[in-house]
Every structure is written in structure tokens, then in C-alpha cells.
Design a protein around this ligand. Structure first.
Ligand code: ADP
Length: 626
């Protein structure tokens, strides 16, 4: 029966075939990597079921020049009908929605963020067949001629457990190279050399005749075809670091984790002693489309003595560092236990701790010595570190406080908290301002004074920043101060404001009365320059936090306590003073208009737009009649 690919899969296939045309060769490493994973899985199952044991695990490459096919045959777990359907019938099944959004950007990188491994076979093939058999199940045959549909049927072939993938190569010179054994061997060496199972291929070899003394006779030989292992098979993390080239690590990362970009950083560590392990960790150079989605899965693989145990081991990586991808191999683990028991194994806990502290020290080193890389890293994953502080009531705040950064109002560059404190050693507080966008924040009325006084403020540009800082509470004894809050006031002008407030007591209490349902107080402030009015928040919840909470489904209508701050030196305030004596009704209208203006400046919705608009209209008509 013919089945259609899901719509987004079709689109992805088309896009992929067209855009990674110049990088066609990667199909081989993707298929070999899948085959190796499949053998890993089978070996793991064989720990509990002897019948699954593999005598000669291998990945075989067969070339048929006449038929223009390459076959990849593995002795892995195989797939049953339902798995063929699920795994090969949908691309990017984990995040179709995010995928469709990302697809609109139409970039090659987009594709790299999806598990498209198997589909890369369509870059070079116009038809792909898969024969597969699982333990205790019938063999099935999957076939597809490209982007429209595929078929699955029971197979009549007499097949061992495992998978055979047959690529029918497209016609043309560009594809002919993949029929050359030498070319394939080069590709295997380049991308898949470390694969720990033998990759076998039939290669022509010359067998020389020998003379009576057993010496080869140079011009007499016969050519035979022999199955040969073409990869060195050494798990890359078992090799000493100084024997592995950076490029080899990069290739391993890209092939093992299906990433199309090199990692930003490779971390290798071998430990011997009470706990023996090798860890090979990578900081990706970009975050995948689904990194912040609930479906994101940690990519940590656990091995013991090069034998694969389990992938996606979230228990090996602490939440703030879940962007790390890597492999941990330790011989000190009990293997024949359930996943639940494994997670509680005290050596597993120790491993997780070791990984955590290694990542932290590597990140600190990068922050110090390779700042540009660290900034790049921070653009991709910094927000996760801040989440990490907020998560779980701040249990990881000590771990993370020196890793987080915010952009400075002075340089617009990232600063660590330590750098801020050093730059501003005489300040008693760490000043910050929250908002979505630096250019919008810089235009806020409260920023005017900050900029003209050349004070340094940290921009909190992500929703989570203020919440996390609330958990952090202080850094090196300095507390955090939101410059938009009502109690942030310049010390030097305190007296001046107190006397002006006294002089305008009646007017202020009139305004307070009109706005008593909207704000908790109306006060004069010294911090406004060209703007007449500003809405500040008081105690706890800030206005930015109110906006964030408003987007959540169960926000319970939490609101910031607001204070309307007025600039006593502004012409408008003087005009209001006059009105106080001459026309109280107009003054009340002014108060409401001012409040609504303050809401607009803050990016908050106007509560009663109809009233606001009619007040404004009234005022406009009045002005034109003068
Ligand atoms: P990824 O490998 O990134 O998950 P693929 O599209 O390459 O994405 O493969 C999808 C799934 O199909 C794999 O996760 C695996 O479960 C299954 N699969 C692919 N190739 C094989 C194979 N040779 N043997 C068994 N299962 C396979």
C-alpha cells in the first residue's frame, strides 16, 4: 500500500535535496552512524537476551556498478513494520511545528537542526529500499522513490536480524564517484573511521605469485575481490587526546550527533582512580530549533568499556548544562540493572558531578581566555544558564553566578557580574533595567538620567532575568536594583524633591484621589528630564515581570504595584498647577491622560481605550478653539 509522506517531510526533503547538493557525501556517514547505533542497541538488548547476541557485528558496504546501487547492510536491531513507518515516514517528528516555522527562513542550517540522517540518502538516490528484520518478527520492505510517497510490505526475502539499505544512485557524473570503492573508502576514513564495528567492503586486491623461495613475483599476480575492514574501529574517546586531531573530533561530533556545524568547543577528560572514566563533551556552536521546547532531549550517551548502554541520559547532565552533547564511558557501572537503578547508582551520581564541574571550569576558562567564543556561546545558550539559576529554588545558583552575563548600558557588550562589580566598585548596588530591546530601553524616560550621569546599568533582555536575579538576591554582597522601581532615587536631589513635594502637596493629593484605583501613589521625581511622567513599580513584582506573567495561562492576574512619577520641572506640571487653581475638571482629565501616557511608555495596555480617546479628543477640540 502506498503511503504519503507527511507534508512537512515532503517539504524538508525537497529543500534538503536542493540545498545540500554540494555536500552530498555526508549521506554515507549518516547511514553508517545509524547502522552503528542499531548494533549498539542490539548489543545492549543482548545483555539480557542471549538469542540476540551477534557473533560478528559489522556494517557492510556493497557496490553494484551495473545496477548503480550501494547497499549498507548492518547486523543491528532492525525495524519492524511500525518502526519503519514511524522512523522513516516522518522527518523531524519531534518538532514539526517548530520545523515549519524555521523552514520559512529556508536556510541550510535549519535542516541541520533536524534528525534528517536517513533522508540524506535522497540527495544521491532516486530510489531507496530498506529491508529490515527485528528479533522474533517478520522482515519488512520499505521503498520510496523520492519525495512523494513510500510503500511498506512484508518481505519474502530470507533475512537475518538487521537492516539492508539499498540506494539506487541518481544518474550523472556527480554520482558516479560513489560507485568507486576507493572513493567510498576515503569517505569512510574521513567521517566514520572511529566507528567501533568493522565497516566491510569488497576490495580488489592483487595476490602475487611466489617463486620457489617464497618471494613475490612482481609481474605475476591475480586480482581477487576480498572483504576488508576499512575503518580503524577505535572509539575516539579511548584514544589519547594528543593523538587525535581537532578535525577528527569535529567529524566525530558532526556524525555522531547529526550536526552540520562543527562544535564550538571540545572537552576531553580521562580519569583514573576511585572512579574510572573518559568523557568527551561538546559545546555545540548553535542551538537546535527545539532547544527551548518541552520536547528537547539531552544528548548524553553512556558507554561502559566502549559498549553502548544508553542514550539521552538526562541524569548525567545537570539542567543548566543540558545543551552539552557528549559521551561518557566508565567501567565502574553495573550494567545488568534497570534504568531506574542505574540512575541511583552512586557512581553515576559521581559521574554527573564530575561532568558538571568540568563543564563549569571549561566555561570559565573560555570566558577568560577566549572571550569572543564565550560571547558566541552565550548568545546561543546563556539564557539556559539564567534559567538554571531560577530553576529549583536556586540550588544551582553558586554554580552559575560567575557564568552569567548581561549587556552593559555603557558598552553594549556582555559583562559578567564580577566585571560589573569591579567596574563600579564604589556603587553599593548592581543596577539593572528590564525590557525587550536595548534601543527601546534606551529611550525610556528613566534612562535619560542614567545616560547623562554615565552610570552603568545591566540590560535584562529576557523574561527570566529578573526572576532569576530575585533568586540570586545578591552578588558579592551587592544587591540588585531595578532603576525603574519607585524607590530608586538619586541621593543628591532628595532634599530638593522633598521641598517641591511639600510645596505641591494639595495638587498631588488631588491627583492621587483621581487615580486612586490605578496607582498606589503619585509622587514627584528628579530623575526625569525631557519627559513629564513615568510609571514605576514598588516592592517585588516589576512592570516587566507583570508583562511576563500576563502571558502565562495561569497568571492569576498578578500586577505590579504602580507609582506615577511626575517631573516637577516640566512645563506640563506647571500647567497643571495653574489648572489646580482655575479648572479642577480639566485637571482631572489631565491626570487620567498622564496616567495613560505612562502606560503607553511602559508598553502596557491602556485599560480603558475609549475613555482615553474621548479625553484626548476633547482636549484637541479645546486646543483648536483657542
Ligand atoms: P536519527 O538517526 O537522527 O534519529 P534518522 O532519520 O537517521 O534520524 O533515523 C530515524 C530512526 O530510524 C533512527 O533513530 C532509528 O531508530 C531508525 N533507524 C535508522 N536506520 C536504522 C538502521 N540501520 N537500523 C535500525 N534502525 C534504524
Amino acid at each position: 500500500m502506498k503511503k504519503e509522506f507527511k507534508a512537512e517531510s515532503k517539504q524538508l526533503l525537497e529543500l534538503m535535496i536542493n540545498s545540500i547538493y554540494s555536500n552530498k557525501e555526508i549521506f554515507l556517514r549518516e547511514l553508517i552512524s545509524n547502522a552503528s547505533d542499531a548494533i549498539d542497541k542490539r548489543k545492549f538488548l543482548a545483555l539480557k537476551n542471549k538469542e540476540l547476541e551477534i557473533v560478528d557485528p559489522s556494517i557492510k558496504i556493497e557496490v553494484d556498478k551495473k545496477a548503480r546501487t550501494i547497499s549498507l547492510i548492518d547486523t543491528g536491531v532492525g525495524m519492524n513494520e511500525q518502526e519503519l513507518e514511524e522512523y522513516l515516514g516522518t522527518i523531524a517528528h519531534s518538532g514539526s511545528k517548530e520545523f515549519m516555522q524555521a523552514l520559512e527562513n529556508n536556510s541550510v542550517e535549519v535542516i541541520g537542526q533536524f534528525g534528517v540522517g536517513f533522508y540524506s540518502s535522497f540527495i544521491v538516490s532516486d530510489k531507496v529500499e530498506v529491508y529490515s528484520k527485528k528479533y522474533n518478527e517478520a522482515p519488512y520492505h520499505w521503498v520510496s522513490e523520492g519525495i512523494s510517497d513510500y510503500e511498506i510490505a512484508k518481505s519474502t526475502s530470507n533475512q537475518e536480524i538487521g537492516t539492508r539499505i539499498i540506494l539506487h544512485l541518481k544518474k550523472g557524473k556527480d554520482y558516479d564517484v560513489f560507485l568507486e570503492e576507493n572513493e567510498l573508502e576515503k569517505l569512510v576514513k574521513k567521517y566514520s573511521d572511529y566507528i567501533k564495528y568493522p565497516i566491510l567492503m569488497n576490495k580488489e586486491i592483487k595476490v602475487y605469485d611466489t617463486d620457489e623461495d617464497g618471494n613475490e613475483v612482481h609481474d605475476k599476480y591475480t586480482i581477487t575481490n576480498e572483504l576488508q575492514t576499512i575503518n580503524s574501529q577505535e572509539a575516539i574517546w579511548k584514544r589519547p587526546k594528543n593523538k587525535v586531531k581537532a578535525e577528527e573530533y569535529d567529524n566525530f561530533y558532526m556524525s555522531h550527533f547529526h550536526d552540520w556545524q562543527k562544535p564550538l568547543k571540545t572537552i576531553y577528560r580521562k580519569a583514573e582512580g576511585t572512579l574510572n572514566y573518559e568523557m568527551l563533551l561538546f559545546i555545540p556552536s548553535h542551538r537546535g530549533f527545539d532547544f527551548f521546547s518541552p520536547t528537547y532531549q539531552e544528548q548524553m550517551d553512556l558507554y561502559s568499556k566502549s559498549v553502548f548502554i544508553e542514550s539521552n541520559c538526562d541524569y548525567l547532565i545537570s539542567y543548566p548544562f543540558r545543551f552539552i552533547k557528549g559521551i561518557v564511558d566508565s567501567e565502574d557501572l553495573s550494567l545488568n540493572i534497570s534504568r531506574e537503578m542505574l540512575q541511583q547508582d552512586k557512581n553515576v551520581t559521581k559521574l554527573a558531578k564530575a561532568i558538571e564541574s568540568r563543564i563549569k571550569s571549561e566555561l570559565l576558562k573560555m570566558q577568560k581566555d577566549q572571550r569572543e567564543d564565550y560571547n558566541k556561546f552565550y548568545d546561543e545558550f546563556g539564557q539556559q544558564l539564567v534559567y538554571g539559576i531560577y530553576d529549583n529554588y536556586g540550588v544551582k545558583k553558586e554554580l552559575l553566578q560567575d557564568l552569567i552575563m548581561f549587556k552593559s548600558s555603557k558598552t553594549k557588550e556582555y559583562l559578567t557580574l564580577k566585571e560589573y562589580v569591579t567596574n563600579n566598585s564604589d556603587a553599593s548596588e548592581i543596577l539593572y533595567v528590564a525590557g525587550k530591546d536595548i534601543s527601546v530601553i534606551d529611550k525610556l524616560p528613566v534612562m535619560e538620567q542614567i545616560i547623562s550621569n554615565e552610570k552603568e546599568v545591566l540590560y535584562f533582555l529576557n523574561d527570566v532575568d529578573e526572576f532569576a536575579i530575585g533568586i540570586l538576591n545578591e552578588y558579592e554582597g551587592k544587591t540588585f536594583k531595578n532603576i525603574a522601581s519607585a524607590d530608586y532615587e538619586d541621593e543628591s536631589s532628595k532634599e530638593d524633591i522633598a521641598s517641591k513635594s511639600k510645596a505641591n502637596e494639595d495638587l498631588l493629593s488631588q491627583l492621587k484621589e483621581v487615580l486612586k484605583d490605578e496607582v498606589s501613589d503619585v509622587v514627584l521625581t528628579s530623575r526625569l528630564k525631557s519627559n513629564p511622567v513615568y510609571l514605576a513599580s514598588k516592592d517585588g513584582l516589576s512592570i516587566e515581570m507583570e508583562k511576563t506573567l500576563a502571558q502565562m495561562p495561569d497568571n492569576m492576574g498578578m500586577k505590579a504595584t504602580k507609582v506615577l512619577e511626575i517631573n516637577p520641572d516640566h512645563e506640563l506640571f506647571k500647567a497643571m498647577n495653574k489648572l489646580y487653581d482655575s479648572n479642577k475638571d480639566d485637571l482631572n482629565d489631565y491626570a487620567k491622560l498622564l496616567y495613560n501616557q505612562a502606560l503607553l511608555i511602559e508598553g502596557l495596555p491602556i485599560e480603558n481605550p475609549v475613555e482615553y480617546s474621548s479625553l484626548l479628543t476633547k482636549l484637541m477640540i479645546k486646543a483648536s478653539n483657542k
